[in-house]
Design a protein around this ligand. Structure first.
Ligand SMILES: Cc1cc2nc3c(=O)[nH]c(=O)nc-3n(C[C@H](O)[C@H](O)[C@H](O)COP(=O)(O)OP(=O)(O)OC[C@H]3O[C@@H](n4cnc5c(N)ncnc54)[C@H](O)[C@@H]3O)c2cc1C
Length: 301
């Protein structure tokens, strides 16, 4: 029986697996290969890289570090999870996998706007998802926020700290802006468009938003349509989640199900690489402590 199974091979899962391997625990890492980190063209807040670093490079470095330890990596999607007498059993698209402890690092997925060339717009920095990550890069620029509800108002006000040129665009079918939201936007000097957006497309080095026959060009458009939290496995195992779907964890990243941990974007907290890695280190250390010393089995080594 494996000591620990980690589901998810983004920064949280990779970091947890490295820690657990260095604690001399047997580890299986299961990953479906859709990490959010792959979408980062260049991060300027990842520690230690003054000129920034691409998400793919961070992922490659972590994978290379993990490969120097005897961790089994299984590339597949975990479909179901259940508790057993001494741990957890996972049903995957390949073989079943069992472990005494389970760490979920399954992340979230941003809901993209309906537009052509989403990936190329992200790579060019004309489409963004995360103001905490990169609002510094848009200081003083013409910034749009695209949303379908109150989250857009909050995001526009957040971004106003970084630029005086903010426009809020509403998606089709959204609830429209309430009177107090309009007041907040007006007080902050933020423009908005009541006419829902007809189309969005990359336009050279900028992004074009069409709404009721009007065309607005922005340097960057932040998409605030929300995200999908991959907490299904945690919920199926009985763990509690908050209103958005984030898995609730304690200071050790333990869920309220014994032996089940969660770290990274899937757990409640700030969706950032440094936070994902820190949480993973904390969770892995707690798992090691909980499994207890293994010196009888390791006599002489
Ligand atoms: C465009 C963009 C820019 C960003 N910029 C920055 C930045 O500059 N700085 C910063 O700190 N953060 C940034 N972020 C956020 C950062 O990418 C995330 O915080 C980080 O990737 C979270 O790591 P994670 O390991 O929790 O999840 P992820 O990296 O998303 O990894 C989760 C993994 O779990 C796998 N998985 C999910 N469910 C299953 C399952 N059932 N079975 C098997 N595998 C499964 C997924 O396929 C995926 O590989 C950015 C995000 C985006 C989208």
């Amino acid at each position: 029986m494996t000591d620990a199974v980690v589901v998810g091979g983004g920064p949280a899962g990779l970091m947890a697996a490295i820690y657990l391997a260095r604690f001399r625990r047997s580890v299986v890492l299961v990953d479906a290969g859709q990490s959010r980190i792959e979408k980062i063209p260049r991060s300027h807040n990842y520690p230690g890289f003054a000129d920034g670093i691409s998400g793919a490079k961070v992922r490659d470095m972590l994978r290379a570090q993990l490969r120097s330890y005897p961790v089994r990596i299984v590339q597949t999607f975990v479909e179901r999870a259940e508790r057993t007498l001494d741990g957890f059993r996972l049903a995957t698209q390949q073989e079943p996998i069992e472990g005494k402890r389970l760490l979920l690092a399954t992340g979230v997925t941003d809901i993209p706007p309906a537009m052509p060339q989403v990936r190329s717009a992200l790579d060019a920095g004309v489409l963004r998802y995360c103001p905490v990550c990169d609002a510094y890069e848009v200081v003083g620029k013409a910034v749009g926020v695209y949303a379908n509800g109150p989250a857009g108002v909050a995001e526009a006000i957040y971004l106003r700290h970084f630029s005086a040129d903010i426009t809020l665009f509403m998606a089709q079918g959204g609830p429209g802006l309430a009177a107090d939201e309009r007041r907040c936007l007006a007080d902050a000097g933020i423009r908005w468009n009541d006419a829902p957006v007809d189309s969005i497309r990359k336009h050279g080095e900028r992004i074009e938003v069409m709404h009721a026959g009007t065309r607005t060009l922005c340097d960057t458009l932040y998409c605030a349509l929300g995200l999908t939290v991959h907490s299904q496995l945690a919920v199926a195992l009985g763990a509690s989640v908050d209103d958005t779907g984030y898995v609730r964890v304690d200071a050790h990243h333990a869920t309220d199900v014994p032996g089940l941990y969660a770290a990274g974007d899937v757990s409640a907290g700030l969706n950032q690489i440094a936070v994902a890695m820190g949480g993973a280190a904390v969770a892995a250390s707690a798992i090691h402590r909980e499994l207890g010393p293994d010196w009888p089995a390791r006599a002489g080594t």
